[in-house]
Design a protein around this ligand. Sequence first.
Ligand SMILES: Cc1ncc(COP(=O)(O)O)c(C=O)c1O
Length: 448
Amino acid sequence: MKKLLDEVKVSSVKADYPRIVVSPPGPKARKIIELDQKWASPSYIKEYPFVMAGGQGAMAEDIDGNRYIDFMSGIAVSSTGYNHPEIVRAVQEAAAKFLHICGTDFYYEAMAKLLEKLGNIAPMKEKCRVFLANSGTEAVEGAVKLARSHTKRSNLIAFEGAFHGRSYAAISLTASKVKYRANFGPLLPGVYHLPFDNPYRMDEGAALEAAERLFHGRVSPKEIAAVIMEPVQGEGGYVFPRPEFLKAWRKICDENGILLIFDEIQSGVGRTGKWWASEHFGVEPDILLSAKGLGSGLPIGAIIAKESVMTWPRGSHGTTFGGNPVACASALKTLELIEDRYMKNASEMGERILKGLLKLKEKHSLIGDVRGIGLMIGLELVKDRKTKKPAHQEMGQLEQEAFKRGLLLLGCGDSTIRIAPPLVLNAYDVDQGLEILDVCLSEIENKA
Ligand SMILES: Cc1ncc(COP(=O)(O)O)c(C=O)c1O
């Protein structure tokens, strides 16, 4: 691996991947898996037996020397790819200075600069303020507290198919899979779930009719603190709503003093070719949440809110580790690289993938829908294009088949493959990945 790192540059990785030198999991991988399985909490999922050892750009290498093209970036996190030299340098330099002092109580340059940067790239016209957390779920948790504290109301609206994390407020808002909530109750009271617009599966306006029914019969909109929404649903299936859906919710919020929170933890930080996916819809939130790709892999999350909304008093919310100096340094460098190079690359490579997938759709009847912006692309598999019955089992097979051939995939929703590669991937990566997808889809269709 060291030799490879010396040889290659992020933008011109040598084409010695994908390669499978030993059928995965190889002997070294099996050892690690055995150790892990002996001690790990049984709640971990482990999609397939990939044991990471290193990587470069959009290539991930396992412990037995197999090299994969990564179409999922550890769930949309490794935004600048693996071992980006500038990220590594920024992290090393920060680590060599100091690892901790606690940003809740004291000051340091990287934190102040990151607050400023996030405030400047926020999609709101009004000046914003920023709170730094350790993760997505912690940002969600804080946003719920902020919304309640600001509005002095307690009820919340979230959406079917939403995923907001695994802490108590977050699972109360989550409704993508029941396993995230089962047996963990009682959850937060006062959470109402409404349908999320899905152009592939729902008629226009149907999702909004449910909102009208809610306000007519169950709760007054004047008692709602916040509506929390992923502008593009991630875990729920890479679902892109019609812009009118977001616009209608903005209007409902404005008319009733409700805060609109956009959870851009998966969709943000340049992945869609703009800083935030919501910018493609032309709708501004009051509060925006970020995490995942923000730190290129180091844990960091952010609550970005309009100054007029971030009114909670001194000492009411804080964190020991949130905005850790090393994570801040990584995030600052990540934002710089994405702004300079990779946001544009996300648009260009996203178009290349979309075109390729649409071609594959002509060939493979298993593909029901292809949708995406930038490098946030959903490939929805169906048993039958007329009934649109989700091909859940085939989604799992596709993950496994691709893994055997050197491509890392990850499913979401009932039967959608989420294509969320590092924003650094190049045309070679795209074309190789599409070729493997083609072979795997043929294999699955032939078996059926
Ligand atoms: C949209 C969204 N919100 C929140 C979260 C939770 O983030 P974390 O896993 O960092 O707690 C996720 C994670 O997948 C997410 O996709």
